[in-house]
Design a protein around this ligand. Structure first.
Ligand code: ZN
Ligand code: ZN
Length: 297
């Protein structure tokens, strides 16, 4: 299988990274998408993959940087002749989110205008996703894959459940953390995985700043902890992703980021600090993800 990083940024609009999204493509060409943050549909097309060919989407949680592009993904798939409904897996609240988007929802005018064309009436199912709210365990299975999930620790569960994922296909295992603080559930999901894709939103020094500024800290995994997770889970390869803009040189991000981050310390050199801290315990293959990075598993 091949994994394409559709987006490797976090909650800010970052000119250098789309928001969260990962695409898994099996050797037989079947695609499975995990998260759908802003910019991920554009990157999918950049990778020469038609959104209409992606049949299964898993939303790990309902933070905007993981779901922003979902309307674009669905409407584009409809316009580009997806023949049937996509399957959408997600936490409690996913149905509410999707039900308020298309017919009778935020994009109702677009739906009514576009569905007036006979051409678009031929595949109306494409704009009616098959939403399945899932609970921990085996949540999706077909001839090619098994997808398991479990709760991870990111935001209070009563606000939004957050899932980490384990995917088994072609005799291989990959795991994806979604957003999470270090947690045992993620270690179990990633056990002996061929590749672990794990969030690494902020370096240690930024987490310290955030704890003082009240921006919130419990929600993400520091690099030192990530190295330990990779060792404990015995993964064969680690890909760190979901970077919180700490390396950006963009002037707007520097300006708006001052309440969230020590902006004077921001810059590309911070990524070296992140690598160093992951390496305190993990010495296996390590990649710092960037948009459109492709990994053959
Ligand atoms: Zn996020
Ligand atoms: Zn989040």
């Amino acid at each position: 299988m091949r994994v394409t990083m559709l987006g490797t940024g976090a909650a800010f609009v970052d000119p250098d990274r789309a928001q969260s999204g990962i695409l898994v493509t099996l050797d037989n060409g079947t695609h499975y998408m995990f998260d759908c943050g802003a910019g991920t549909t554009h990157n999918m097309v950049r990778a020469n993959i038609n959104p209409a060919d992606v049949g299964v989407v898993f939303l790990t949680h309902l933070h905007h940087d993981h779901i922003c592009d979902f309307p674009l993904f669905v409407i584009t798939s409809w316009m580009w002749d997806r023949p049937n409904a996509s399957v959408v897996l997600g936490p409690k609240g996913t149905k509410h989110f999707v039900d308020h988007l298309f017919e009778g929802g935020a994009y109702d005018s677009d739906f009514r205008a576009r569905s007036a064309y006979p051409l678009r009436q031929g595949n109306l199912d494409a704009i009616r996703p098959d939403v399945r709210e899932v609970s921990p365990g085996l949540v999706y299975e077909d001839d090619n894959v098994k997808i398991f999930c479990d709760f991870v620790e990111h935001i209070p569960r009563e606000i939004s459940e957050c899932f980490g994922i384990r995917l088994e296909a072609e005799g291989k295992v990959i795991a994806f953390s979604g957003d999470t603080a270090p947690c045992e559930a993620m270690v179990k999901l990633a056990k002996d995985a061929d590749v672990l894709f794990h969030e690494c939103t902020f370096p240690e020094s930024f987490i310290e700043f955030r704890s003082k500024s009240g921006a919130g800290t419990h929600a993400h995994t520091p690099p030192t902890a990530l190295g330990k997770i990779a060792v404990e889970a015995n993964v064969k390869r680690l890909v760190a992703t979901h970077f919180g803009h700490f390396e950006s040189t963009n002037q707007v991000i520097h300006k708006v980021g001052r309440h969230h981050m020590p902006v004077d310390e921001m810059g590309p050199h911070v990524m070296d600090e992140v690598v160093r801290d992951i390496r305190r315990s993990y010495d296996g293959p390590l990649q710092m993800a960037y948009d459109l990075l492709r990994i053959d598993v």
